[in-house]
Design a protein around this ligand. Sequence first.
Ligand code: NAD
Ligand code: FE2
Length: 382
Amino acid sequence: MNSFHIHPQVFFGDDALDRLQELGGRRVFVVADPFVVKSGLISQVTDRLSRCGAEHTVYSDVVPDPPIESVARGVAALGAFGGDTVVAIGGGSAIDSAKLVREFRRRLDPSAPGMRLVAIPTTSGTGSEVTNVAVVADTQAQVKIPLVAEDLTPDEAILSVELVKSVPPALTADTGMDVFTHALEACVSRHESDFSAAFSARAIELVGAYLLRSYLDAGDLEARRKMHSASCLAGQAFTSASLGLNHGMAHALGARFHIPHGRANAMLLAHVIEYNSGIGADGRACPACALTAERYTDAARRLGLQSLNAVTAVRSLVHWVGFMLQEMRMPQSVSQAGVCSESEYRAAIPAMTEAAMADRCTAGNPKDASAEDVRAIYEKLW
Ligand SMILES: NC(=O)c1ccc[n+]([C@@H]2O[C@H](COP(=O)([O-])OP(=O)(O)OC[C@H]3O[C@@H](n4cnc5c(N)ncnc54)[C@H](O)[C@@H]3O)[C@@H](O)[C@H]2O)c1
Ligand SMILES: [Fe+2]
């Protein structure tokens, strides 16, 4: 049996942040990205909480790709403050931290009254504000673990373009390609449905029309607004359909070499499309990959790419990815990323392969990947 539900409620538009004044929370624990505090953006939240008389504290010990230790510190801080509401403001790392802090606090004290979680993204990337996923890093084992549970889903999400105006071009590129990877993996996932497809299709169209505009002109508010919607739509798509091999491999690669999440996804994308479709430099589709190739063809069409058939459509899609990475000055290989020597990279492939095979996202991939397949893609990625 399958099911589809739309959760949480999403507030958007120019005055969306005013929703904070209607929450009715009396004690609010705000989990904020350090940038949000330093830049003063935090006042957009705290002023509104003060205005409606809600007591609040700001907790900003948030680390990119949150490790278990930082989540544990947050759980202790929330326990000391108490509170009836958690507001998360920041990128995926801040929102995931807040999801985990609330969940572990709840498990430590099941008798405590429930705490609402309101998520406010300041990057257009992860869609974490609407997903049932939180990614935690085990820094000792050098792996990232995506945890999936309905209880992790925020209760409300607020989308405000005001909060993404400050995102610099490189972060726009990384997070924008994360959006695209979410939408594309959901589109070809083995758990894809008519419902998830509606969300992924619109997200792909919006990325095609607005990501490069956002990157080239940070002041293009229409493009920023559309990418913020695309991020949320792609989050809805993959929370329903799940992700795939691209994310499984990106988690292992990012955790081992500290490559930002969206950038790791982007580097892998062309290779995974070729692998899943069977259409690459040395292949022209396989009957078993026909459905996946058809879905990639639909994605290519939504990006505005013209094609004669599935083979040319998939090749155009792969070229489009390469074009985007080049235009946005993103690395297309690990060597271009400049994060390690070739020998360090090749030595890490067995451990990354093992981590990618065990990653929960990999299970959603349309094609069953063997360890040998995964290893071969990592080899090509140098
Ligand atoms: N929960 C999910 O569904 C989900 C999905 C995909 C990825 N993730 C996880 O989310 C994390 C990545 O999140 P992210 O890509 O949003 O990046 P991030 O939250 O790690 O932030 C990256 C950097 O951007 C800065 N930043 C945030 N907002 C900014 C703004 N408005 N202006 C300028 N700088 C800003 C932060 O301070 C930080 O230095 C990874 O750990 C990834 O694995 C979660
Ligand atoms: Fe992602």
